[in-house]
Design a binder for this molecule. Structure first.
Ligand SMILES: [Zn+2]
Length: 125
């Protein structure tokens, strides 16, 4: 499949190895997500992959209703990482009602429907 080429594949290959990697522009130093071949801020073409710090906060959150026999309600959130990028995720380990905007979380690589994905858990107090 053609779409398996390029920076998006590099990101997914990282997830498959349990790593969350982010591109950083060597010109304006901003971090980038989704993976791209050009910096969306300054159009720079010199991008370098770095492991993410994995610290972040919940930017928005939505509860998705699901029958208890299918696993119960869960949340879908947009998490903002310390690098300043935002990505879709899900907060595990607490009920969807406890996921609030501004909640400090740690990102990690988990699975959604058998596919490696970025998940989050609350930062231990
Ligand atoms: Zn740039």
């Amino acid at each position: 499949m053609q779409e398996n080429q390029g920076p998006d594949k590099t990101f997914r290959d990282g997830l498959a190895k349990g790593q969350i990697n982010l591109q950083q522009c060597n010109d304006c130093k901003k971090f980038i997500f989704f993976p791209r071949v050009l910096c969306p801020h300054c159009k720079g073409q010199s991008l370098t992959w770095h492991p993410a710090s994995c610290g972040g906060i919940v930017h928005t959150t939505t509860t998705v209703r699901r029958k208890p026999e299918r696993g119960g309600d869960y949340n879908v959130c947009m998490v903002e990482l310390a690098e300043g990028v935002r990505m879709m995720s899900r907060v595990d380990e607490i009920s969807p009602a406890e996921v609030t905007i501004g909640l400090p979380v740690t990102a990690f690589v988990g699975e959604i429907d058998g596919v490696p994905a970025v998940l989050c858990k609350p930062v231990e107090e």
